[in-house]
Design a protein around this ligand. Structure first.
Ligand SMILES: O=P(O)(O)OC[C@H]1O[C@](O)(CO)[C@@H](O)[C@@H]1O
Length: 398
């Protein structure tokens, strides 16, 4: 499709958010295939993918024992599954887990390694090139993506296991369907301990959060609508207080950019505290808040763009000695810093009894919030013209 067909003409929406848009008729988003429908299917996605992965012959991966390294290859949401694997495996994982976001695989990959190629469509040039390179170099390969895709054909030629994940929604709305097979592959390699109860509890939590965030629940009882309206008109700054919360923060960045079209700053507090936290003192931080004095023109004050912090707070799991306890002082400190400057801050606490569930507890509500924020601006969260145009303009450049 060319620029004229899918360019600026495809962009509709309103610069100013209007809460009435998310309290009204949302039938377009809740019909099968709509954005809210896809997010509400997170729990079922997880269960279905676990069953598909269990039947995909992943046990063959373990035949040659522990690998030297695991490379998760793909782009966008597919690449996020590698970040999730690394955080669920934790810092004591005996082998390195690396995300590879460009075509092919790193130069050192060879027969001692495992490559997990992930692509929701089964078509991304990056994942295809990774699968091809892995097979050529004799690395153990597992591929995850749409059934009957190029990726499946490639995996079959390489006699590698393939987990066929049905494609019912865009990749970013299929995070859980793509993630579970990656985790199950790592489980076969004894790199993560993921028991059935972890999957069941995580899926249950996703179901419960979907219920809390359902379209007919008003903003005062719906945490996603509340978060969306808190962020409306601001520059969201999403910081995670641990490596696990950092993954959730970056995921929220992906969703705010693609669905709500908001510029986002996201990261992990350990790193942020040594540099980026400086933005609290800038034009959109304390300088904007400083305008709130009794002499300020209220209209001008309203027009100022401000930062809004979302703090994803992970205080660790009692009794878990596989992961060092996160340093809670960082989360306290950033909330304090924001308070001193008058910058508003929403805190989302991690809950649950295992890493996967804790991650889900930080991702589910923000995922819904990104869609509600898009809808509040009259934007279609499913159509992202800039992404389609980018694809057109770079076709064949890989
Ligand atoms: O998972 P796939 O199909 O390889 O796509 C990779 C990425 O490309 C996009 O489709 C954008 O081009 C993203 O939405 C997606 O995460």
């Amino acid at each position: 499709m060319g620029l004229e067909d899918d360019g600026l003409a495809g962009i509709t929406g309103d610069r100013l958010p209007d809460e009435r848009r998310i309290e009204g008729d949302l039938s377009e988003s809740i019909r099968p295939g709509g954005a809210l429908w896809a997010l509400a299917s997170a729990g079922p996605q997880l269960r279905e993918s676990a069953a598909l992965a269990a039947d995909a012959g992943l046990a063959a991966l373990a035949e040659e024992g522990r690998p030297r390294a695991v490379v998760v290859a793909g782009v966008g949401t597919a690449a996020r599954t590698g970040d999730i694997l690394a955080t669920v495996a934790g810092p004591r994982c005996p082998v390195p887990i690396l995300g590879h976001r460009s075509a092919g695989v790193p130069g050192w990959v060879g027969a001692a390694d495992v490559v997990i190629a992930v692509s929701a469509s089964g078509r991304s040039p990056e994942a295809l090139a990774a699968a091809e390179a892995a097979a050529r170099r004799g690395a153990r390969l597992v591929a995850i993506g749409a059934p009957d895709s190029e990726l499946q054909a490639l995996a079959e030629r390489a006699r590698a296991p393939f987990v066929a994940v049905p494609r019912r929604a865009p990749a970013r709305l299929s995070l859980w369907a793509l993630t579970v097979p990656v985790l199950m592959a790592a489980k076969e390699l004894a790199l993560v301990s993921l028991v059935e109860a972890d999957i069941a509890e995580t899926a249950r939590r996703l179901d419960e959060d979907a219920e809390r965030c359902r379209p007919d629940a008003d903003a005062y009882v719906n945490p996603a609508k509340e978060l969306a309206m808190n962020l409306a008109g601001s520059i969201p700054v999403v910081w995670g207080s641990s490596p696990l919360a950092g993954v959730a923060a970056r995921r929220f960045g992906d969703m705010l950019a693609a669905n709500s079209r908001y510029p986002v700053v996201s990261g992990e507090l350990g790193e942020v505290g040594r540099g980026r936290v400086g933005l609290l003192d800038g034009v959109f931080g304390s300088l904007a808040e400083g305008q709130k004095d009794i002499f300020a023109d209220p209209e001008e004050d309203e027009e100022l763009t401000r930062l809004r912090i979302v703090l994803m707070r992970d205080d660790g799991l009692d009794g878990d000695d596989s992961t060092p306890k996160p340093d809670t002082r960082r989360a306290d400190a950033v909330a304090d810093l924001a308070g001193r400057r008058g910058i508003r801050c929403d805190v989302i606490p991690a809950e649950g009894g295992c890493a996967l569930e804790r991650l889900a507890s930080l991702i589910a509500v923000p995922d819904f919030a990104s869609v509600y924020l898009a809808l509040a601006h009259g934007l279609d969260p499913m159509r992202v013209p800039a992404v389609s145009e980018m694809k057109d303009l770079t076709l064949g450049s890989e």
